[in-house]
Design a protein around this ligand. Structure first.
Ligand code: DGL
Length: 261
């Protein structure tokens, strides 16, 4: 079976991979972490679009995938239209689950925790206007949290006070949100730490919805005698931080980390 591509700036897309692999454990996956461009959050929109378009183009040429997932909110909110035009396969994007959070909020106050890029995008403004116009929406953009999530996957210690500090604008608001959207695929990796800081909040991410979308685009195909799928992971440059992610990828069944040629 032809593989699917999952791409992110780093290891955040593994949270999407986990949902996809839970639903379709037979699916071969090529994962690409653009660690040379990490983090995407502070980069300009044009820069992010160029990088994603370039690497997805290279991956499609090398691996002839059946479908691609941009497992990154920061990239999806700007690059989806362009790469959908460029590639002749379905491209699934990940965008903040504002609609779900607004639907489930009882006090009609929701939070959006994402990268600085995602919180200020017009794509996000439109999502809020379309699906959460009856809610107060508190937005917090944090690059530090992306680094903390990545550090945790690299086996480095992370301090609880850092999470408390990042979440302060939610915790200290006159009305606290009862639902907070994890609008960055890195953030479910530190959901335990976030919950420790704000135990009563419901954290909403898009991983499962993305897996369902992929399943439906593959026409709900379930092979009769599935083989163990090949899971390959690529970095876009050789770096010590990238190499420290090897264990996290191996734990999830991926072969040795390779550098994309
Ligand atoms: N995982 C990414 C996202 O969903 C990007 C984090 C970053 O590189 O800043 O937004």
């Amino acid at each position: 079976m032809r593989p699917i591509i999952i791409m992110d700036s780093g290891a955040g897309g593994l949270t999407v991979f986990e949902e996809i692999s839970r639903m379709m454990p037979w699916l071969p996956v090529i994962y690409c972490a653009d660690n040379a461009g990490f983090p995407y959050g502070p980069r300009s929109e044009d820069d992010v679009i160029q990088r994603v378009s370039h690497y997805l183009g290279v991956l499609c040429q090398q691996f002839d995938p059946i479908l691609a997932v941009i497992a990154c909110n920061t990239a999806s909110t700007v690059a989806l239209t362009r790469v959908r035009k460029e590639l002749n396969i379905p491209v699934v994007g990940v965008v903040p689950a504002i609609k779900t959070a607004a639907l489930h909020s009882r006090n009609k106050c929701i939070g959006l925790l994402a990268t600085p890029g995602t919180v200020k995008r017009s794509y996000t403004d439109n999502l809020i206007d379309d699906f959460a116009s009856d809610c107060e929406v508190i937005r917090v953009g944090s690059t530090r949290l992306v680094h903390l999530a990545e550090r945790k996957l690299q086996g480095e210690p992370v301090a609880q006070w850092e999470f408390d500090k990042i979440l302060e604008p939610f915790a200290k608001a006159s009305q606290q949100p009862d639902q907070i959207v994890l609008g960055c695929t890195h953030f479910p990796l530190v959901k335990g730490e976030l919950s420790k800081s704000m135990p009563t909040v419901a954290w909403v991410d898009s991983g499962e919805a993305i897996a369902r979308r992929v399943y439906s685009l593959l026409n709900h195909h379930i092979p009769n005698n599935p083989d163990q799928p090949e899971l390959q992971a690529f970095l876009t440059c050789d770096s010590p931080a990238g190499t420290r992610l090897a264990f996290a990828f191996a734990q999830r069944g991926f072969g040795e980390l390779q550098v994309l040629q």
